[in-house]
Design a protein around this ligand. Structure first.
Ligand SMILES: Cc1cc2nc3c(=O)[nH]c(=O)nc-3n(C[C@H](O)[C@H](O)[C@H](O)COP(=O)(O)OP(=O)(O)OC[C@H]3O[C@@H](n4cnc5c(N)ncnc54)[C@H](O)[C@@H]3O)c2cc1C
Length: 399
């Protein structure tokens, strides 16, 4: 059985950042990923044939200069020269079949009479609906902000804890405010995975995790097994709950109630000259089968424009989705080229989630088991890295 100092299960940004820190500290580190591709929600689809060279984000699309942990990793891997600025294009709203500016849907009178609460209201213990509803006014919230937050979170945002959205962090003034990468954000995870100090197994189904004395034994469905002194779970809560059943039942129980939302994404390219739609960052529907359509217009291409439509789960089959996309983009369905699909899953925490994460932390305290992911500080990329850094501080104790 192959021995490691640390095993990380899950090769999304949470697992890869933690694995990178462990490898940088000199630990023999193995990452085990279920899928054949790494990156999880970092998924930059690269088009083929006539659209070769064009790429589109099917998951995370924007990073900010407040993502200090991510930028630190990018510096470590020599990626700063590959940063691409994003063009200043705006999100627009979709009202029925009409694309409208966001400001056209806002009541400024309501905004002015409510905004003072920004200085008195606390986010703690409030939901997105209760907190922002009071700050922007109920009407503005229903018409504009609720759809916008649904788009940000790719799920119904009303019950989401307000203090898990938009975490304030210092900005790196020497870095562009919001950015992507040459080849898309997946360039970051591909580069981490190419680190010779990291060992990676993909397409691997973990069938069981057991303990052998103080060490962890990870068994794969194909019969391979690996042993390590430290184990990190960087997979969605239901998988982390299942994997920890035998080795940490309390942790497993703490993870079990966290609900997940499935997002059905359809990505596609359209020849530029076929579209009348002005350049935009994306489309936020007031009420539709999709949460958002994120465009590639922020990184213009000579011939193509691209869109990722993030659909609500179980609503429409692919034909229905393509019909709706063609209506929204005002083109024939035959203009939607190289259609690609992806399914993402995101946690759906609710107010009181802090008690759940506290229970998770109690379940792993003073053990060599670590848990990271997008359900601690928040769901943004940097929230994942903040959690991984916290877990790495524990993991590296005594090194
Ligand atoms: C559509 C969309 C748009 C987004 N846009 C942004 C954005 O613009 N900016 C931003 O900051 N954030 C954005 N986010 C959020 C952010 O991308 C994610 O929260 C973050 O990337 C999650 O990383 P993770 O590693 O925690 O989880 P994931 O990316 O979900 O990775 C988990 C990994 O674990 C693997 N796995 C699962 N089960 C097992 C198992 N049993 N064994 C082994 N491996 C397993 C999965 O295959 C996956 O690779 C977006 C998310 C989505 C879905």
């Amino acid at each position: 059985m192959k021995q490691y100092d640390a095993i990380v299960i899950g090769a999304g940004i949470s697992g890869l950042s933690l694995a990178s820190y462990a490898a940088q500290a000199g630990l023999a580190t193995l990452v085990i990923e279920k899928s054949d591709r790494v990156g999880g929600c970092f998924h930059s689809h690269r088009f083929q044939r006539e659209a070769a060279g064009f790429w589109l984000e099917l998951g995370a699309h924007t990073c900010y200069n407040s993502y200090g942990g991510l930028i630190g990793l990018m510096e470590h891997y020599g990626l700063m020269a590959s940063i691409l600025p994003r063009e200043k294009v705006s999100f627009r709203m979709l009202i029925g079949n009409q694309v409208r500016s966001i400001t056209s849907q806002l009541s400024f009178a309501e905004l002015l009479s409510s905004a003072w609460r920004l200085f008195t209201l606390k986010k703690e213990g409030e939901s997105v609906a209760s907190y922002y509803g009071r700050i922007v006014g109920r009407g503005n919230y229903q018409r504009v902000f609720a759809p916008a937050f649904n788009a940000v979170l790719s799920q119904r945002a009303d019950d989401f804890p307000a203090d898990m959205l938009f975490n304030k962090r210092p900005r790196r003034k020497d870095v562009i405010k919001h950015f992507t990468m040459k080849g898309g954000l997946e360039t970051i995870v591909d580069t981490i995975c190419a680190d010779p100090a990291l060992n990676l197994v993909t397409g691997a189904q973990v069938s069981r995790i057991a303990k052998s004395g103080e060490r962890f034994v990870v068994e794969l469905a194909d019969g391979r097994s690996f042993e390590s002194g430290r184990l990190a779970l960087a997979v969605p809560p239901p998988e982390a709950s299942r994997l920890s059943q035998e080795i940490a039942p309390e942790l497993s129980r703490a993870l079990a109630p966290i609900r997940m939302e499935t997002i059905e994404t359809v990505g596609l390219a359209v020849l530029k000259e076929r579209l009348k739609l002005p350049p935009l960052a994306g489309i936020i529907p007031a009420d539709d089968h999709f949460y958002s359509a994120v465009s590639r217009d922020s990184v213009p291409h000579a011939s193509y424009r691209g869109f990722s439509f993030h659909f609500k789960s179980g609503r429409l089959p692919l034909e229905g989705k393509l019909k709706r996309i063609a209506e929204v983009l005002e083109v024939g369905q035959e203009e939607l080229v190289q259609v690609v699909q992806r399914e993402s899953r995101l946690p759906s925490p609710v107010v009181g989630h802090g008690a759940v994460t506290a229970e998770i932390d109690r379940g792993i305290a003073s053990s060599k088991l670590f848990v990271t992911g997008n359900y601690f500080a928040g769901m943004a990329v940097e929230d994942c890295i903040v959690r991984s850094r916290k877990e790495f501080a524990r993991l590296s104790e005594g090194l």
